[in-house]
Design a protein around this ligand. Structure first.
Ligand SMILES: Nc1nc2c(ncn2[C@@H]2O[C@H](COP(=O)(O)OP(=O)(O)OP(=O)(O)O)[C@@H](O)[C@H]2O)c(=O)[nH]1
Length: 371
């Protein structure tokens, strides 16, 4: 029996076993075995497909992957969101079925990737699947693109990404495991656990741990426990947009809202309704992309040149002055004496701060350097 058949068989058994206290340990072991087999399969495929060690070069301040079924309007969206003049020639996707574009918004350069082959090919390991996967796994944000007529596709998109070890809108499990030389498995936990210790130890042993300290900082279920033990999971936030709204009658909108709600999506707050073709809702979508990337803009006040309002330094929210300088590189770091900050993070204009001061969006930063 091939690996894929074994995986199918285990999945079927899990689906057919009702979950309760008496089957919990058994299901734990099945899921653990499943994770192990899937990992093996993934390794095999990346080896034979030539995608091993492949990494995608990042451009710009952040990378966003558009994920959706064929014909929902991903390429139309990419074209209407990105500057047609932006240099696309320098991208290194020659062997890949990926269309890149650069979105310039609020001073940030955001790389958008349309990944047409993802849903058909990737999860099943066909074609350039592994490489396409690498593209999505590298993204800072996933934008699900749905057609207003096919909201149900959202379910498949979620499943496919889950299958390729992408955890959408989940925080990494707060699970740490430290292998040791002897003394078996010890579990410590800062919260109550629904799983019993025996199940947890079984899962650990199935993952190859004989002697280890496991610390749990959240109440894990079996899936989260396994995820926490594996280092090949990516945790990526997402937003959803619904395209082709120019084609529906106003009455139909209620039905669409209902279908979204059934999937846990709030049509008012969480979903952006757009028309890539009629260019509707695109500004709102850009804003939402920006907001969900967790970036801030810092305007540099340069000696003799004043404040550069055009090209802010774009860095992760929560960054310190030290991290901002790190991004500017070399000389700045060595010659740094102190900084002056004006704007949201400052108590007053030109507040004198050191490297550990935490910056906020739209701060103005002046670096005072040694000569
Ligand atoms: N009316 C309308 N048609 C749209 C809209 N967006 C895309 N389309 C049309 O839908 C069809 C598919 O659009 P594409 O942008 O090629 O879709 P895609 O998701 O990139 O599809 P693949 O390239 O197959 O992955 C094209 O005929 C578009 O003209 C829209 O907002 N409104």
């Amino acid at each position: 029996m091939g690996l894929e058949d074994e995986i199918d068989e285990i999945e079927e058994e899990i689906a057919n076993t009702p979950y309760n206290k008496s089957t919990e340990a058994h299901i734990g072991r099945l899921k653990s075995k499943l994770a192990e087999k899937k990992e093996k399969l993934e390794k095999q495929q990346s080896g034979s497909g030539g995608g091993g060690g492949y990494s995608v070069q990042k451009h710009g301040d952040a990378t966003v992957a558009l994920v959706g079924f064929p014909s929902v309007g991903k390429s139309s969206l990419l074209n209407s969101l990105t500057n047609a003049e932006s240099e696309t020639g320098s991208y290194e996707f020659t062997t890949l079925d990926v269309n890149p574009g650069m979105l310039e918004h609020r001073g940030a350069n955001i790389q958008l990737l349309d990944v047409p082959g993802l849903i058909e090919g990737a999860a099943s390991g066909r074609g350039d699947g592994q490489q396409v996967l690498a593209v999505v796994r590298n993204a800072d944000l996933i934008v699900f693109v749905l057609s207003v007529f096919e909201i149900e596709q959202y379910d498949r998109l979620q499943e496919e990404l889950y299958d390729i070890n992408i955890r959408v809108d989940e925080e990494p499990p707060r699970v740490t495991v430290r292998p040791k030389i002897k003394d078996g498995i010890k579990i410590t936990s800062s919260t109550d656990q629904d799983l019993n210790e025996e199940t947890i130890s079984d899962v650990l042993r199935d993952q190859g741990y004989v002697n280890a300290d496991l610390n749990l900082q959240e109440n894990v279920d079996i899936d989260r426990l396994i995820d926490g033990l594996m280092d090949n999971r990516e945790y990526i936030p997402s937003i959803t947009c619904v395209n082709k709204v120019d084609l529906i009658e106003p009455d139909y909108k209620q039905q669409v809202d209902e279908l979204l709600r059934e999937r846990g999506l709030d049509p008012e707050g969480e979903v952006t309704f757009i028309s890539a073709e009629a260019e509707r809702g695109l500004e709102a979508l850009k804003d939402r992309i920006w907001e969900n990337l967790g970036l801030i803009r810092v305007y540099m006040d340069k000696p003799g040149r004043g404040i550069d309002w055009e090209e802010p330094l774009v860095i992760e929210a929560g960054s310190t002055v030290g991290e901002a300088i790190g991004k500017l590189g070399g000389e700045m770091e060595e010659r740094f004496r102190f900084a002056r900050v004006s704007g949201p993070s400052a108590t007053h204009d030109e507040q004198q701060v050191g490297t550990d001061h935490v910056l906020e969006d739209e701060d103005v930063l002046k670096l005072i350097l040694r000569r």
